[in-house]
Design a protein. Structure first.
Length: 69
């Protein structure tokens, strides 16, 4: 189940990032993380905290659950 959620998060993060026309670098600055974090997130290679998930959802102006649907 964890892998499924992580994969959904990866796909949805990339979808919403591209929908908002954010480059990975821009999104990493807004999220307050290293530049490579977004790339790793979109490739299922990093675990995200609940706080970062909520922050990411706020950046995209969506509910956090939308990132893992």
């Amino acid at each position: 189940m964890v892998q499924v959620l992580r994969a959904r998060l990866a796909v949805n993060t990339k979808f919403f990032r591209e929908k908002h026309n954010y480059k990975r670098e821009e999104l990493s600055l807004m999220l307050g993380v290293d530049n490579s974090y977004i790339s790793k997130l979109e490739k299922c290679k990093v675990n995200i905290t609940i706080d970062k998930l909520e922050q990411l959802a706020n950046i995209f102006n969506i509910e956090p659950v939308e990132l893992i649907k």
